[in-house]
Design a protein around this ligand. Structure first.
Ligand SMILES: O=C(O)CCC(=O)c1ccccc1C(=O)O
Ligand SMILES: [Mg+2]
Length: 349
């Protein structure tokens, strides 16, 4: 008999409304819920593999990788994660299920499994505002601030820089000077446009712009730094890796998406590494179900003094895999202190 058993089930979750971004519209999230069971005592752990085109392997490649992982468990291979290899979403799903199982067995919340000395009650989060009309953007930002958020990230880049600056100006007027504002262009601009945006955003006290230039650009991002607005690399991290970014001094912050990096263990290592090189790690979801989101919250909680993270994306979904163990209040995620991920009831028969 094998020591572990791996099962996975497909799901499809629609968004409340499509999330518009400069690199495309997200209207539903399809993936696989993963469960690993330990044969000797029946202990279980949950994971989630929710691929996103452009960021991870395809849904079909994800399923094929999960199938290989299942076979690797069945034949009791030493390193089952070798079977998921380059399939980052599948690797997140399988490694998360194993980590949830281990942490649960040790009665340790998952973040303390990665950072045993940490005791963290909450992590600050940003609201995620899609690249909609000025009216919709202002309404969404206002609503987020009323719900207690202290940081809003606006998706930008689908219209002219002038139009985005105007959107940002109207949001700044609506929310007042105390709220942190960020932008995420998902690689939409050329250097001239990005420079214009950064200079105007500096006047509006915008703290950070994610990926103003395409993923390939390193020198351009380096040249955009030091103008009052932090530069964050997201797609650029996946393209270049930590060392090239740090060598080029191309970023003030890098965005860590466990789904796109292949798991919490890898994201933890990247975070620790960039932090030592003076670059701020910032954790976000890829608009995932509750299992993958809870994993990302535990990752953020395992890091020292994280900035506001893109973890408050559950409300963007019209349906979910189960009850969310993470409460959001006063602009922060309340970190689950139960054993493991803290997710329950997602595998109802
Ligand atoms: O960071 C956030 O606020 C939420 C996550 C987010 O924006 C995102 C979600 C899916 C795919 C890409 C991105 C992104 O950060 O570019
Ligand atoms: Mg981004």
């Amino acid at each position: 008999m094998s020591r572990y058993d791996l099962e996975y089930r497909p799901f499809s979750l629609s968004l409340v409304e499509p999330l518009e971004t400069a690199s495309g519209t997200i209207d539903s999230r399809d993936g696989f819920l993963v469960r690993v069971t330990r044969a000797d005592d029946g202990a279980v752990g949950y994971g989630e593999a929710t691929p996103l085109p452009g960021w991870t392997e395809s849904l079909a490649d994800c399923e094929a990788a999960l199938e290989r992982a299942q076979a690797a468990f069945d034949s009791e291979e030493d390193d089952v994660l070798e079977a998921v290899d380059e399939a980052v979403a599948a690797r997140y799903g399988v490694s998360l299920a194993l980590a949830d199982l281990e942490a649960s067995s040790e009665s340790t919340p998952l973040y303390r499994y990665y950072s045993p000395d940490a005791l963290v009650a909450r992590v600050p989060v940003n609201a995620t505002v899609g690249d909609g009309s000025t009216e919709d953007t202002v309404a969404a930002a206002r609503d987020a601030v009323e719900r207690g958020f202290g940081c809003c990230k606006l998706k930008v880049g689908r219209r002219s820089v002038d139009a985005d600056v105007e959107r940002m100006r109207r949001v700044r007027e609506a929310v007042g000077p105390e709220i942190e504002l960020r932008a995420d262009a998902n690689g939409a601009w050329n250097y001239e446009e990005a420079l214009e945006a950064v200079e105007a955003f500096d006047d509006l006290e915008v703290s950070l712009v994610e990926q103003p230039l395409p993923a390939g650009a390193l020198e351009g991002h380096a040249d955009l730094r030091g103008r009052g607005v932090g530069i964050g690399l997201d797609e650029g991290l996946l393209e270049h890796g930590v060392d090239a970014i740090c060598e080029a001094q191309a970023a003030d912050a890098v965005v860590l998406k466990p789904m796109a990096l292949g798991g919490l263990d890898i994201a933890q290592q990247v975070a620790t590494w960039v932090d030592q090189l003076g670059v701020t790690p910032l954790v976000t979801t890829t608009i995932d179900g509750v299992v993958a989101r809870a994993g990302a919250v535990h990752l953020a909680a395992s890091l020292p003094d994280p900035p506001a993270c893109g973890l408050a994306t559950g409300d963007l979904l019209a349906e979910d895999l189960g009850r969310d163990p993470v409460l959001f209040e006063n602009g922060a995620a309340v970190v689950p202190q139960a054993k493991g991920l803290g997710v329950e009831g997602v595998w109802a028969e």
